[in-house]
Write a protein that binds this ligand. Structure first.
Ligand SMILES: [Fe+2]
Ligand SMILES: [Fe+2]
Length: 242
């Protein structure tokens, strides 16, 4: 398994591992925010740790990692947490207050640093803001990170799609809708579309997809179109149950 490195915005690196989980390829992407206090968003699967950590080492020494964060507890997001905490002695888990309460206090080998909704972690040269997004795309504990100096939204499982492209300025909504048709991975609730529309209000310049290419271009319109797609799905589902 090989993990490739792409700088998607100034000092933010996509560590991408291509698998054959769906026809045409499926990526598992972790994001390294390079700063005085480096942060990794998504740990990756435990089984990918050796490959992802080797990729990180080409950018920054693994033992320098200061923060580990992810959008929700699930093997591809959080599975290798303690491998990273063991490899980097000063690293701490930094996730939302709900993640910390539900799982972090129990699962992490060191006490987590809980981040309130909207709280900014100053990494020295980069600033990441934690945003609670309960049940979006799934999980009560769900949240995302927005890096303020580059306008990069690390958007986790939002826009999940197949393929092996690393960056794009093209359509990311159509491929995401196609995979959602196959997988139904997203929780459809009355808050799904409004939560995504609030992310569009950030007006990010880059979207770091956990599964798919990193997107640069009109991110607000892409997020609004994704919200529209989920609203249609929810309305249809509600109509079906009467
Ligand atoms: Fe997930
Ligand atoms: Fe994921």
């Amino acid at each position: 398994m090989e993990t490739t490195v792409t700088e998607i915005s100034d000092g933010i690196y996509r560590l991408s591992t291509l698998t054959d989980a769906v026809p045409g390829g499926f990526t598992f992407n972790q994001f390294l925010v390079g700063a005085e206090q480096p942060l990794l968003f998504h740990t990756g699967l435990k089984g990918l740790f050796s490959s992802v950590s080797a990729a990180m080492a080409s950018v920054v020494a693994v033992e320098r990692l200061r923060w580990v964060s992810f959008g929700h507890w699930e093997a591809d997001e959080s599975g290798a947490l303690n491998d990273w905490l063991q490899a980097a002695p000063s690293a701490e888990l930094a996730v939302g207050t709900i993640d910390t309460m539900l799982s972090g206090n129990d699962q992490a080998i060191r006490p987590p640093r809980a981040l309130a909704d909207g709280e900014v972690l100053d990494l020295g040269g980069k600033r990441v803001r934690w945003i609670d997004t309960p049940h979006v795309p799934h999980g009560w504990d769900a949240g995302l990170l927005y890096e303020e100096t580059t306008g990069t939204l690390l958007c986790g499982d939002l826009f999940t799609q197949g393929g092996d492209t690393s960056t794009t300025e093209g359509d990311i909504v159509g491929p995401a809708a196609a995979l959602e048709d196959m997988m139904s991975a997203t929780s459809l609730t009355p808050r799904t579309a409004p939560t995504i529309r609030a992310l569009a209000d950030l007006r990010p310049t880059t979207l770091g997809l956990m599964h798919g290419p990193s997107f640069s271009g009109d991110c607000a319109s892409a997020l609004q179109a994704l919200a529209d797609d989920y609203q249609v799905r929810l309305d249809k589902a509600l109509a079906e149950v009467g």
